[in-house]
Design a protein around this ligand. Structure first.
Ligand SMILES: Cc1cc2nc3c(=O)[nH]c(=O)nc-3n(C[C@H](O)[C@H](O)[C@H](O)COP(=O)(O)OP(=O)(O)OC[C@H]3O[C@@H](n4cnc5c(N)ncnc54)[C@H](O)[C@@H]3O)c2cc1C
Length: 80
């Protein structure tokens, strides 16, 4: 869409939010499936889980995405 000249802010933000939620859910399933070994550094699951959690914060936080959707898609007043 961007390369076609559109300004897909809505789509990009929604895609990023869904991806962040999906990767975190996958991390939760992985942790629960493999149990206690996930907390041992040498198995790398705890590192991957931390990285999965990261996408709630960076490169743009889910709060900021929700603010964008509220203001620019739903037409609500700016929240900050
Ligand atoms: C591993 C890692 C690598 C990074 N790499 C890069 C990089 O290569 N280049 C780069 O430019 N940056 C990089 N960053 C920075 C990243 O972009 C910021 O961490 C991210 O934008 C969040 O900003 P912040 O850390 O200042 O958190 P804050 O903005 O202080 O957020 C803290 C909390 O407050 C909430 N919040 C903030 N503002 C609002 C608001 N207006 N309304 C509601 N809630 C709000 C957030 O959602 C979050 O829960 C990296 C960060 C990490 C952790």
């Amino acid at each position: 869409m961007y390369e076609a000249g559109a300004n897909p802010g809505e789509e990009a933000n929604i895609a990023k939010m869904l991806t962040a939620e999906t990767v975190l859910a996958a991390g939760e399933v992985c942790l629960q499936t493999h149990g206690g070994f996930c907390f041992a550094e040498e198995y790398d699951v705890e590192r991957k889980y931390r990285e999965a959690r990261l996408y709630q914060v960076a490169p743009i936080s889910t709060n900021m995405i929700l603010s964008f959707i509220a203001e620019h898609v739903l037409g609500m007043p700016r929240s900050y």
